[in-house]
Write a protein that binds this ligand. Structure first.
Ligand code: HEC
Ligand code: HEC
Length: 448
């Protein structure tokens, strides 16, 4: 066990404590000082700001696409569009028209995760209390249902990702710049020069059979909101997949878990976390190596690693399209066609994970303690992943059960914003049920 590292940490915090003039650490107890010292160490000396999420209306501080600057009008429009089932205007089965939305697979009740093993858009029925009972509508041929063989990520904190999806396929800038003309048929928007969230906002409408155009805008009364959000667009281009996508992306950028206890703690409220959660945070930032990959305000990074986790076919999926799965299994390599990227997945944000107990890109764990124990074991579960691809941190860290429980407590409770309802409109202009309009969902959601 690397005792020297612990000793070093204690020494560092004692030295800091003894600098009596340092107001920053003044009234924090010893464990808080340890944590503050580790935060400095892991942020090039920037300190708590490095890990702090901005307010959702602090538009100057939220990371954004220079081609889609944030403003209130766009955010308000995007908030409606993400929850509006009248966007569901391009179904494969006409009888379910206008009964699904982005939020069918990303409902707030589940932390903007799906709430079930595989999110279902068109062809889904029911909701339960947080998406957990949503299942396929058997009137629809299985191969036509909108469902993917990979875990639905949350919309929370996506402002901190330059490219989107587990393989980072969506986005025309940054690390995707060399690949912007790959897949011109499937992802034409990558060639437009927008970042990942903007590309997803447009491409997601095609992928999930939504229709945002002039007819939608006039039928459901969204014209004024589009006019306010996009005054610079010529009227002929103002009501479209493009502007709809930009508004959706603007809204998604404001979805920040900034009321989580860890965030309160960072702002100086040292009572916001329990002692156990603080011990977990210390391990997270130090011996457990989590911070090597999960860092910054959203505890993610724009890198891809293989942790050898199972894919969805090995973990009780409902519906699997083998062709899609074959590409998805390869992770980043399935997009770049570069074998060095094979089986590597993006580093996800770690907030509000307890809302949807399905973990890993293939959903192979149903408890946080389970997946964290797996990650620190260094013992891969998926034999198709060659050892040479595995992340160098994926080794047995020899943590005790107590230490793993402490890390779990930190992730489960300190990274949990319990007030996400603030991000959802109380109603949408169609008057439809939010987020689903199928008969069973209406009953479950109390809409009828
Ligand atoms: C059928 C369910 C479903 C619907 C409907 C749906 N999504 Fe998703 N969403 C997913 C899945 C599954 C992924 C991950 C896919 C992957 O990585 O290959 C995803 C990924 C994303 C991501 C990337 C997040 C990340 O961390 O990389 C964003 C953003 C997103 N969706 C937003 C939306 C928006 C906006 C809409 C509506 C336009 C939408 N989704 C509709 C299932 C859905
Ligand atoms: C080498 C980089 C790396 C390190 C170190 C690392 N992670 Fe991760 N983490 C990832 C990646 C990449 C994924 C997604 C892997 C996948 O699904 O195939 C992930 C997934 C997770 C998930 C599942 C999230 C979800 O949405 O299903 C949790 C929880 C998690 N990590 C917590 C931790 C904790 C706690 C530590 C420290 C003990 C840690 N990670 C260390 C890169 C890392």
């Amino acid at each position: 066990m690397p005792k020297s590292k612990i000793l070093h940490t204690i020494l560092v915090s004692t030295i800091i404590l003894s600098c009596a003039n340092e107001p920053y650490y003044e009234d924090a107890s010893n464990i808080d000082n340890q944590l503050l010292a580790l935060i400095d160490e892991n942020s090039n000396g920037i300190g708590v700001d490095y890990f702090t999420l901005p307010s959702s209306n602090d538009y100057l501080s939220i990371p954004q696409d220079p081609l889609n600057p944030l403003n209130n009008a766009k955010v308000e429009l995007g908030k409606m569009l993400v929850h509006e089932t009248a966007t569901g205007g391009n179904p494969k089965m006409n009888s379910v028209i206008n009964t699904y939305s982005c939020a069918s697979c990303h409902p707030v009740a589940s932390g903007f995760f799906s709430g079930n093993r595989q999110g279902i858009g068109e062809g889904g029925t029911g909701f339960g209390s947080q998406g957990e009972t949503r299942t396929v509508n058997l009137d629809m041929p299985l191969d036509s249902v909108d469902i993917l063989p990979i875990k639905v990520p949350s919309l929370l904190n996506t402002a901190y990702q330059k490219v989107m999806l587990w393989n980072g396929a969506l986005g025309g800038t940054d690390i995707n710049a060399p690949f912007t003309t790959l897949y011109p048929d499937d992802i034409p928007e990558n060639a437009l020069g927008y970042q990942g969230l903007e590309v997803q906002g447009m491409n997601g409408q095609t992928a999930h059979r939504l229709k945002i155009d002039e007819e939608f805008v006039t039928t459901y009364g969204y014209k004024d909101l589009f006019d306010a959000a996009f005054p610079d667009f010529n009227e002929n281009d103002r009501y479209s997949k493009l502007t709809g996508g930009l508004a959706i992306a603007a809204f998604n950028r404001t979805l920040l878990a900034n009321e989580a206890p860890w965030q309160d703690w960072l702002k100086g409220n040292y009572n916001a976390m329990s002692t156990q959660e603080k011990r977990g945070a210390i391990l997270f930032l130090d011996r457990a190596l989590c911070v090597n990959c999960h860092t910054g305000p959203s505890l993610n990074s724009n890198n891809f690693y293989a942790l050898g986790l199972n894919d969805m076919d090995a973990s009780g999926a409902i519906v699997v399209n083998q062709e899609q799965l074959a590409v998805m299994k390869k992770g980043r390599g399935g997009f770049t066609n570069n074998s060095e990227d094979d089986y590597k997945f993006k580093v996800p944000s770690l907030y509000n994970l307890k809302d949807n107990p399905i973990y890993g890109h293939g959903g192979s764990y149903s408890s946080l303690n389970g997946i964290i124990s797996y990650i620190v074991s260094g013992n891969k579960e998926n034999d198709i992943v060659p050892n040479s691809q595995l992340a160098e941190e994926f080794i047995n860290l020899n943590l005790t059960t107590q230490e793993i429980n402490d890390i779990t407590a930190f992730v489960e409770h300190a990274l949990y914003d319990n007030n996400l309802e603030r991000y959802v409109p109380t109603s949408v202009f169609s008057g439809n049920c939010i987020p689903n309009g199928d008969t069973q969902s209406q009953i479950d959601l109390g809409c009828n």
